[in-house]
Design a binder for this molecule. Structure first.
Ligand SMILES: [Zn+2]
Length: 328
């Protein structure tokens, strides 16, 4: 692998490489963006560019340094995550890292620590890290990786240079998937439903995904037809699993966005649920724009409530009543 094989994130890479070339790398970065979008790949690539013994301004992927970084056992590059069976990154892990960042570099480059996900540091760990950031060890780079900045202390965030990572464009991601041997039609479908995240895309079970989505859209059709009972039963079943509830709501947001797109533009280009185009056309033709807008808003509010551990059944039922109420 080399820099040219990374898909997307050109701007972020350019910022980092320019800083590196001018010897002006910041001592702490905060990479923010959706899960699986490529933040860790970019962080590890920067580490390889810094330490590669064969290339300058790029990496070869084959020298001892590149291989050890790839395998996670380079003495100058550490990735910190919760230990097995632990939910948080402990203060001991942070103190250990601080000590290591102060050692002399093994290969003469910079010492690099990547904390992923940084949002799993508890308050004590974050405060400990803050001390390191106030007096950064010489020749060290700290990279915090996070899906959002919600769980991080403002004082911690303000000491890091922030780089935001957007979802990949659908055509880029589909192209990447075809290079992995996927046929173009499947690649396009997976790229559309994975939210622009290669990490999510490669883990999707396509048959399972199709089945679930048929089931979910069937459920919304039942509601739209006023079949309450099926709906409340479905709500109860969905609510028994937080992950499933979250996935359904994520999908429902794309569903209502698609209906809106179809309703107002007649353009299929931006549709996410391309496998359900026929149903989308049918529903869009029967729906009012203001109802769709309101349902989209309520779906995204329900998603946020599930993240904050509201009662799942109540959240789903209240959304489903809104769907029934929006019948026109
Ligand atoms: Zn190399």
């Amino acid at each position: 692998m080399a820099l040219s094989e990374i898909i997307g994130h050109e701007k972020q890479l350019a910022v980092l490489l320019a800083a590196l070339a001018q010897q002006r790398l910041h001592h702490a970065y905060l990479f923010v963006g959706a899960e699986g979008v490529g933040k860790r790949t970019v962080a590890l690539s920067l580490a390889r560019v810094i330490h590669c013994s064969e290339k300058s301004g790029d990496f070869c992927g084959q020298c001892v340094n590149c291989e050890r970084i790839q395998d996670g056992n380079h003495p100058d590059v550490r990735v910190i995550a919760p230990l097995p069976d632990k939910k948080e990154i402990s203060i001991l892990q942070i103190r250990e890292i601080e000590k290591e960042l102060n050692f002399r570099s093994f290969s003469g480059g910079k010492k690099i620590a990547i904390i992923d996900p940084a949002t799993l540091m508890n308050l004590a760990s974050q405060n400990a890290l803050l001390k390191t950031l106030e007096e950064p060890p010489q020749d060290s780079v700290l990279i915090l990786i996070a899906p959002n900045v919600g769980g991080l202390l403002p004082t911690l965030r303000s000491r890091c240079l922030r780089l935001s990572f957007s979802p990949l464009r659908r055509d880029l991601l589909a192209g990447f998937l075809t290079t992995k041997g996927m046929n173009p039609e499947t690649a396009n479908f997976i790229a559309a439903i994975s939210g622009g995240s290669p990490g999510a895309a490669v883990n999707i079970d396509i048959e399972d995904a199709r089945e679930r989505r048929q089931f979910w859209s069937g459920m919304l059709s039942d509601l739209k037809a006023g079949r309450y009972r099926t709906a409340t039963e479905a709500a109860e079943m969905l609510a028994s699993n937080k992950e499933e509830t979250a996935q359904f709501l994520q999908w429902a947001e794309t569903w209502y966005r698609d209906l809106l797109v179809r309703r107002v533009t007649q353009n299929a280009g931006g549709i996410v649920n391309i496998d359900q185009l026929e149903q989308i056309e049918e529903h869009a033709a029967q729906s009012e724009v203001e109802h769709l807008l309101s349902l989209l808003e309520q779906t995204s509010a329900a998603s946020a409530q599930i993240q904050r551990n509201f009662n799942r059944r109540m959240v789903l039922e209240s959304l489903f009543f809104a769907v029934v109420g929006a019948r026109s």
